[in-house]
Design a protein around this ligand. Sequence first.
Ligand code: ATP
Ligand code: MG
Length: 417
Amino acid sequence: MKYAVPRGTKDILPDDTPLWQFIEDTCRETFGLFNYREIRTPIFEATDVFTRSIGYTTDIVKKEMYTFPDRKGRSLTLRPEATASVVRAGLENNLITPDNLLKVYYLGPMFRYERPQAGRQRQFHQAGVEAFGSADPALDAEMIQLSVKLFERLGLKELEVDINSVGCKKCQPAYREALKKYFESNLANLCGDCRQRFELNPLRILDCKEAHCRKYIEQAPAMVDHLDAECKAHFSQVVGWLDHLLVKYKINDRLVRGLDYYTRTAFEIVSKQLGAQNAVCGGGRYDDLVEEMGGKSVPAIGFAAGLERVVEILKAESRQSKIENRIGLFIATIGDEARQVGFHLLTKAREKGISADIDFQGKSLKAQMKAADRLGARYVYIIGDDELKNKSAVLKNMGTAEQKEVSFGELLSVFVK
Ligand code: ATP
Ligand code: MG
């Protein structure tokens, strides 16, 4: 084989696209129920859009971005996530202002140079929502409820919602100090990455996935014990609203997110149906990001779901067999003249909205019947010389094998009832 798909990327082939379409449709529908509207931003942005917002000390900015100069030497980056792009677009188009409540969603590919493994690719797909213009804890709870509803509607089971508060600019510094003090004595036992994180941003250590680091992380001081009064009140109201909405959750005081812009509420949904990469969605509040990116002070919250991981779960449950790729009608023909008539009927069928096809490989009748079966055609219409004379042919129901004579003129009425 001369060419291969780039490492960490995958083709999504026609057998799988119906499952992807089901997932995308369910995302759009569910986001719509909560009054989110779609936004589409470019797949690449000026590199600065990401470096500043996501944070210089994060894994994403340090080692995972696809950054390249364009032909005029401008630094561009394939989006590793969409929040920064949405903020950029919202500000540029004046949609994000302190008095406007903006609810938007997106779907699409993201790019991170990560080590490919199950549930982790270099091009992967996310569906996410962002809400700007409110710090109301009810909005946090509504968004968590939305993410749970989404996965329920997709058919995922055994989900767990983890929530935490990561505080704000005012209370985080003291917590960072407390973490530094704690990790200082264990520094030699942490991985190389964590030793760097210790210098740059000790909060990042809590996100380390190395088993031997996790041992020390378990004992580390918790952010909840360092929240200031406002953050504490906000978190307890989020929890109160979740109780009110009957959303089940677990408070996980180790939870931090992989991006620097998060403040206060952070949440993740993990699925017990997945292996090591078990998070199907992550999100949280980012009350300072809009201002950091040049806007006014506008509080905001969002989450992103990883669609490959949803696909993995649904495939394991063989849900995709229910979503079949079928066509309505296959027209099998014998001889040139029959094929011409067949094409005419094919055109009419398509005009009526019936998905239909015909042979293009000079196949025998038997082989055409086989091809129709493989396509999952519901009906096959078989035209030969006699049929041309009588302007009538056999229509075979491929499900029941039942056959009946139907005239050319009546053919489409069988479908349109
Ligand atoms: P993880 O801890 O799994 O690396 P993250 O903290 O990097 O996730 P986010 O950046 O918040 O995650 O992305 C949200 C979701 O996108 C994740 O929960 C996951 O389902 C999915 N995701 C993130 N990175 C990848 C990837 N490289 N390949 C596939 N899915 C991914
Ligand atoms: Mg990650």
